[in-house]
Every structure is written in C-alpha cells, then in structure tokens.
Design a protein. Sequence first.
Length: 199
Amino acid sequence: MSRSVATKALSRSYTGERTLTFLVGLLAFLGGALALVVGFGGLGEFRGRRPLLDPIALEWLGSHATPARIAAIVLGVLLFVLGLRWVVRSLRPEPRPDLDLDRTEGAELVVTAAAIAGAVEADAAQLDGVSRARVRAVGSRTSPALRVTVWLHEGTDLKAVWSDLDARVLTRARESLGLASLPTAVRMELDTSPAKRVR
C-alpha cells in the first residue's frame, strides 16, 4: 500500500485545520522572533528602546479613530466567524459514505457504509490468527476508503495475516463494490489474553 493511499484512508480531512494551525503558529513565531531582534537592538539601538506601543502609530490611530475602530470590529467579527467555523468543522462527526453502485433512475442501488464495514469486518474476523476485527468506511461517496483494525492471537504469523487480508478480504471487497481501488489503512494489535484467576 502506497503512502498516499494510507494517508487518504487514515486522515480525517484535517488538511484545513493543520494548514490554519501552521499559519497561525508561523505568524506567532515570526512575530516573536522580530520582537527579539528589535529588543536586542538588531535593528538599531533607538528601535530597541522605543516603547512597545509605538507613539507614532498611537498618534496615527488617534487621528483616524473611526476607521481604526471599524477595521478592528470587522477584523474581530471575521476572526470570530473563522474560529467558530473551525470549531464546528473539527467537532462534527466524520462522514460515513454510502456507495452508489447504480444510479439508473428507478433502479438505484446503494450500499450503506454500515453494510460495507460489516461485510469486510466479518471476512477479516474469519482469517486464521485473527480474534476480532473492526472496520469503518470513510471518505466520500465517490472515493470511499476503509480503516481496518484487527486483533491477533498471540503467536500469529503477521505476514500470513497481512497476505490473507490483502488477497482475500480487501480484494473481494474491491471486486464486489466494482472499485478500481479501495484505499485501506490497516492496524494490527495483539489481543489481550483473558486474565487468569489465582486460587
């Protein structure tokens, strides 16, 4: 499985959040670095000794009070809306897409995300060495992906399970759904053995 395919199946479309966080962090870092350079006199002794709130800037703001207030209010509202949108996007449940197998009017055929996940989960749980499995269908209706977690019995051959999962389970799912590719992220864990009672 290629890195891009695994990333698509694993990520929950955090690109926007990561980009915004990176940009905010970068701006904060550059602002702090500039303040340090100015404070240590890197741009001249005079600039390093000036107060944090520049008197020239304060004088300009005082002479243009109304436009400055309007700009501050607009900026504050914009930041509030962007922050609210960011929070809502981050907290919303991840979509579990249904797959349209046939869009012919009157003969539509849709496979639900739960049915896809249930079928792959049942197949994966029957593999030798697998004690249980959990599958989630993620992505979009046009480009679905799977997240598969399998729990293995102690002493199971990892390569054999991986080979069976790829050759039998995932290939069957891809062929059954008529997909050329089905990006899948697979996580394998060792199942915890039941605790033994000491008498």
